[in-house]
Write a protein that binds this ligand. Structure first.
Ligand code: PEP
Ligand code: MN
Length: 341
């Protein structure tokens, strides 16, 4: 339920409404605008309805939020877009962010080379996994804490904020020492205990859509994070399973405008994991930017033939500058500015 206060409602009247909401075990999320304050009441709908807030002093009217996700819904922000700050670089609203780097951190040389390529080309954040979700338990699982240390070094050298995945809440503390954005992988999108932990971690979260998740399920997953008080969630479309076998996943680009309609949260696209093939990454990135994405998260590697994982989909480092220039041109046509520092 959204409680819309009257223009000029006093702070005491607002506090009184918040106290009433909290008295029935619901949470109050006030959003204080220049003229009007709106209070989101999240909890048992019936309890909140039974409070009879309509007649309360300072209250103008009540609006039910009909979607099952509340804090993630566009209605909750009255159509305003969320803009997030990632170590001084912005994403969301008019701000487009390119997050790029290798699939996994392999070595000091590989990571630092890539970080410089991304930074010199104008990329705004460095991605790289230290904990890798692999289909086979016999595949390389990531360098873990040694990988995190290399990411910290790459940040120190280039200033690029770090986006890296956490797979297990037990690794959260070391990841938090390095990550400016915590990535939650597609396979963990419905790991509700981990989502709750990330909601309490106080760091932006890049939440990837599960391989077979609907947009509503993705937004409900985001709601788990938001509900804990973490308002910094970036949604990521990374391809879903369909009947098509000609490529790895089907990049659902319709998800971009639809998610932006349903939610105020920034939406980025991962063309690399959707395609699994380098030749598709360019066109899909341009299409994502044209569709209004708030950014891309893309894999690049200085020596893809020798990459430990996902080499075939990595943009060649020497081609990354040209790749990014094209993406930025389309993003600019779509009304975006790049998140430069
Ligand atoms: C990744 O970004 O490295 C990754 C494993 O992606 P996803 O969770 O989308 O498969
Ligand atoms: Mn990968």
């Amino acid at each position: 339920m959204m409680i819309v206060m009257k223009e000029g409602a006093s702070p005491e009247q607002i506090d009184a409404v918040i106290a009433r909401i909290e008295s029935v075990g619901a949470r109050a999320h006030p959003s204080r605008g220049e003229l009007v304050t709106v209070i989101g009441a999240i909890g048992d709908r019936e309890h909140v309805a039974n409070l009879g807030l309509e007649g309360t002093e300072g209250v103008d009217h009540l609006v039910p939020i009909l979607k099952p996700y509340k804090l993630a819904s566009s209605q909750f922000k009255k159509g305003e877009r969320t803009v997030l700050d990632v170590d001084g670089r912005r994403i969301g609203g008019p701000h487009f962010m390119t997050i790029a780097g290798p699939c996994t951190v392999e070595s000091r040389e590989q990571l630092l080379d890539t970080a410089h390529v991304v930074n010199d080309a104008g990329g705004q954040a460095l991605r790289g996994g230290a904990y890798k979700p692999r289909t086979s338990p016999y595949s390389f699982q990531g360098l873990a804490e040694a990988g995190l240390r290399l990411l910290a070094e790459a940040k120190e050298e280039t200033g690029l904020p770090i986006v890296t995945e956490v797979m297990d809440a037990r690794d959260l503390d070391p990841v938090l020492e390095v990550a400016d954005v915590i990535q939650l992988g597609a396979r963990n999108m419905q790991n509700y205990t981990l989502l709750t932990e990330l909601g309490r971690a106080g760091r932006p979260v890049l939440l990837k859509r599960g391989l077979s998740a609907t947009l509503e399920e993705l937004l409900m997953a985001a709601e788990y994070i938001l509900k804990e008080g973490n308002e910094a969630v970036i949604l990521c479309e990374r391809g879903i399973r369909t009947f098509e076998t000609a490529y790895r996943f089907t990049l659902d680009l319709m998800a971009v405008p639809v998610l932006k309609d349903l939610s105020h949260l920034p939406v980025v696209v991962d063309p690399s994991h959707a395609a699994g093939r380098r030749d598709l990454v360019g066109p899909l990135s341009l299409a994502a930017a044209a569709a209004g994405a708030d950014g891309v998260i893309v894999e690049t590697h200085p020596d893809p033939e020798r990459a430990i994982c996902d080499g075939p989909q990595a943009v060649r480092a020497e081609e990354f500058g040209d790749y990014l220039r094209q993406v930025e041109q389309v993003a600019a046509i779509a009304g975006k500015e790049m998140a430069r520092v």
